[in-house]
Write a protein that binds this ligand. Sequence first.
Ligand code: KG4
Ligand code: ZN
Length: 347
Amino acid sequence: MSSPLILGIESTCDETAAGVVRGKELLSSVVASSMDMHARYGGVIPEIASRAHAEAFVPVVTKALEEAQVDLSDIDAIAVSAGPGLAGCLAVGVSGAKALAYAANKPLYGVNHVIGHIAVTQLQFGAFPENTLALIVSGGHTSLLRVMNIATDVQVIGTTLDDAAGECFDKIARLLGFPYPGGPIVDQHAQHGDPHALRVPQALTTGRSAQNHPYDFSFSGVKTAVARWVERRQEQGKSIPVDDVCASLASSVANVLSNKAIAACTQFDAHTLIVGGGFSANSQLRQALLTKGQQHGLDIRVPRISLCTDNGAMIAMLGSNLVEAGVKPSALDFSIDSSMPMDKIVM
Ligand code: KG4
Ligand code: ZN
């Protein structure tokens, strides 16, 4: 069989997205975001996001097919994010994908969004070497995974015990008065600040907790420590050195993430580290990983920003891997799974 032509559809949160890939070649990626509608509420409102998905679904899919210069009838299979994500949002994308698959008589794969963040790196860097680790950092997830086979076997070796890194940044950003999502704004301020201005805890990195949780993360203590520090200054009527707060937060989080990921590579004898998820756009993390990766002789694969944030091409790429591996499509009555486990690749 020649390389499969796959349409991927994504609607887990506030992006309605569709993309087309042939094998590991990107043909199109179209993203419509409802972010502006949520900004004034300080977070994504699921009901508003779901409605936006319903409105954007047909135009986005149509444009993705047009830009790829293919017709729905040319497509070999459709892949759609089945979870994890917001239930109402997932329901819109999955229902739409089922309707398309049924009408055009195409196989349909309900896939794991998080694994899509790993799969997408193949569009930029090519196939995975045998022993690959992945660090996935997004608004909702912070995890370390072993990629044995992207289509059939992904194992979780560590995950966050509480807040995800992106969530922690967004909450501090809110406290500093930045609009949602604040992560990228914290990143910009951090570039001008002193990373040693505040002492930010690095949870699960020393002592017994590190032994018990070598590859797990915890960011709620980081959030609380920074928030307390800011609140105390406010109570004292002192100004807030915003750049320093951001730099200290960013440096602590980037250190913990990069140190644990590199240590895992050493322990599991992996020479390639895939980095994915919206937070992998973070400059402090990218820099820390690239520097430490070089010191350890690792191949660090951080995709370009447009592939880091949620998109349909990542779902199409995972679909392409599933088809090439001969994995059976999902039954047409598969359900969404808003808390889909990380090691479940397809419904
Ligand atoms: O993967 P993603 O697009 O959506 C989820 O599946 O969660 O990740 C979005 C998260 C948000 O928390 C956002 O603030 C964060 O990624 N983010 C960043 C940066 N760009 C996006 N956080 C820090 N620095 C950035 N440059
Ligand atoms: Zn995501």
